[in-house]
Design a binder for this molecule. Sequence first.
Ligand code: AMP
Ligand code: ZN
Length: 461
Amino acid sequence: MTLYNTLTRQKETYAPADGKPCGVYACGPTVYSPAHIGNMRTYLFVDWLRRAVTYAGFAMNHVMNITDVGHLTDDADGGEDKFEKAARERRIDPWAIAAAVTERFFADTGALNIERPETVCKATEHIPQMIAFIQTLLQKGHAYETPDGIYFDIASFPEYGKLSRLDLDGQQAGARVEVNPHKRSQFDFALWKKAPKEHIMQWASPWGWGYPGWHIECSAMGLQYLGGRIDIHTGGVDHIPIHHENEIAQNGAYLGRPMVKIWMHGEFLLIDGGKMSKSLGNLYTLADLAERGYTPMHFRYFCANAHYRSKLNFTWDGLDAAKTAYDRLLAAVRAHRRGTGAADAEPYLPQMREAVLDDLNIPKALGLLWGMVKQPPSQAVYDAALEIDRVLGLRLDEAPQAEEDAVFPPGILALIDARQAAKAAKNYAEADRLRNELNEKGYEIKDTKEGQVVSPAERGR
Ligand code: AMP
Ligand code: ZN
């Protein structure tokens, strides 16, 4: 399979090292407020990645962190911890906020048919690992202490800025962050923050009471759970210039080699062409979508129409079109179940396979799927649709099938299908014979404009 690597700016052929599972580290949610549909787009992209890798025949070892401390209100290490702020504003304990938001996150991702990573790890449960990591960086001369914390010294890591092709010299100090007079460079970032007494979340460290910076958690947990060898590291595009640049610096300084082979980033979901934000009142969650009658699968289908490296604009009209199309697709796929037509899954299935393994071209696979299901009913098409759905994750085999199967035992289904086929072939004598056989077995048949409708005869007759 090929995957686009942000670091090299090109598609690369990917296969895990011999016999090893594919190690994925996915930057997870910051659980101080419920995830919005933009965040969900990024987790859908990661889910398509894990499903495609699995489909390609590789085992998975997927690690996702939960950021429950240390993410500052300004990504570039300014401001205060998002949890402290939320806790103060809402007068709730930050731990309780994190627990509730995490629970909702997994309810939402589950509803979106996003598979759960093999390992989910919380920042607050890895403080000792982060402290140890920072101590090593200090010993190796990559970090220094100031009155308010420990900072990474980017001058000690000449490759800094490679991922985002940052031009450090061309950037004005302070354009990005408030100028901190104790930092050697304004691009130096916090590894550890010393906490004032009233700070709720704080831990003892060699540098006094405090809490970790945001970036160090991903380096420390990537080291712990993937042994410092990460095949694919994911996040949204907003992570490229700061969070992942900083991770690369921490990892490289600690290991003396890179920790990550392929960096992959999901483009943003925009709303009405712009940014989602609380202040604009255009920040939606799955619950907001449900209120307007859209299911998580409608949103998943909506996202499946755009490649993960393209921006996607969310509008209610767009979601509505996705809903109509998704419902039609489900019906179209179901119509193939036990279909006796001669339609073939070739050349669609190999082309769909190729598309999903070509840097996750989900929209292309979806287009091919539509072409395939437009053929006359055929079981081969049904099987192929369900096979590619192992990657698409659109629940194309949804519940109605199970309900129907529960009503009609397999022997009866065979008779129903045979009668359908006889009628289609205008073999009315055979159709009548099959109707009688079904009647005898306790089923009634009505011929309607939409086709035959079969129901169990009422009891007692
Ligand atoms: P956060 O919970 O803020 O740490 O973000 C969780 C994930 O969502 C990160 O990978 C972000 O890059 C990603 N993300 C944030 N906003 C958007 C958006 N509008 N569209 C797509 N992904 C986003
Ligand atoms: Zn991260």
